[in-house]
Design a protein around this ligand. Sequence first.
Ligand code: FAD
Ligand code: UDP
Length: 390
Amino acid sequence: MKPAFDLLVIGAGFSGAVLAERFARVLGKSSLVIDRRNHVAGNAFDEYDGAGVLVHRYGPHYFRTNSERVRAYLSQFTAWRAAEYQILAFSDGRLWNFPINLNTFEQFLGRPSSTEEMEVTLAKWRVPLARPPRNSEEVIVAQVGRELYEKFFKNYTRKQWRRDPSELDPGVCGRIPIRTNRDNRYLTERFQALPADGYTPLIQRILDHPKIEVRLGITLRDVIGKVSFKHLVYSGPVDEFFQHRFGPLPYRSLRFEPETLPVPFFQPAVQVNYPNDFEFTRIVETKHITGQVLPVTTIIREYPEDYGPGREPYYPIPAPEAKAAYARYARLAAAYPNVSFVGRLATYRYYNMDQVIAMALAEFDRLTGSHGGHGEDHHTAPRRNTATTA
Ligand code: FAD
Ligand code: UDP
């Protein structure tokens, strides 16, 4: 007899873990959660490295949300450590405040200034549009003009995506705020904090339930036909699920290069972006936000790479033709009522953690006919397969 579960969940990242937890805790339904990696937490995975430094293995993960439902949900499993993420950009041989704000403007002028002067100046520099911006070049140039766009956005974006900003949706560069005050925070969401003990313990606690069994280092192919289940939750790449029937979707990959150094800190902020120099896009030093006190530090350089065999599909590409290619898979996925396609890769959306958690909670509501969110999150978490990328 095959082992029987109510749910087979592919992927132990946030989206898979949240759905398994909701079915277990609310309805007493069983799940087998598998992941092809040898750890839970998906791309949010963090761990102590050989030097004892808590690092984010797959890029910096700054938790932020405007959703009270998502914050309250996660707070059942974690305490929070306050964190205001402040980053810098390195360009023309010096560090700049980033995102662009009054401090950056003063650095640019080389003298003190004011919000009023910055607004008047930006009004002269910006290239106004009579319609909403159609791409990531327009969205920035329409706010700050060409010079600041080229200094901070153009080459970083080309490096990160191997595409010109004009070929990417406005939301890619448009998600970076531009301010005329002295607010140095990278993000705009109301709630910004880190899970007190890290992301991996948080997801372990979400999955810690007698009705949830977790098996790591195995793939969907290893279990299919060997266990029985009523419903499948899939959080891997949607094109892979359908054996690339309509051709592979484009993704962007990364290589992470860690280095431990015998100093308490390497750089003055958790993240320094390199828009123009070097092959990496950013250097991340998590000690700045975890509050660890150690005589050593670990930095991780992030190198963008083309996606291919042996590489992880870290980013779906938020661009019109990629979205159109995904739409064919979305239509196919909609014909599988016994499969929930959830998360960043299965719905091909450039989503943050809070958005995939909101999506998983909304999917639970949809499957069970409940109204847990009272409609609150439905603008941040479109029903599966209906919304477009980013
Ligand atoms: P994932 O975390 O990708 O989990 C899916 C899991 O499924 C993976 O572990 C994978 O191994 C497994 N899997 C796939 N296919 C199979 C299969 N066939 N069989 C078995 N297992 C399979 N979000 C933020 O909110 N703030 C940030 O600062 C932030 N920074 C980021 C930086 C980088 C570099 C990246 C790549 C992402 C960042 N994110 C950030 C986004 C965040 O990582 C995602 O929103 C979130 O982790 C997505 O969760 P998920 O469950 O959808 O997918
Ligand atoms: N970006 C940029 N310059 C920067 C930072 C960001 O041009 O210094 C653009 C780039 O296209 C990037 C996007 O804004 O991919 C979103 O940046 P974010 O830091 O949010 O990216 P993520 O953490 O998701 O990689």
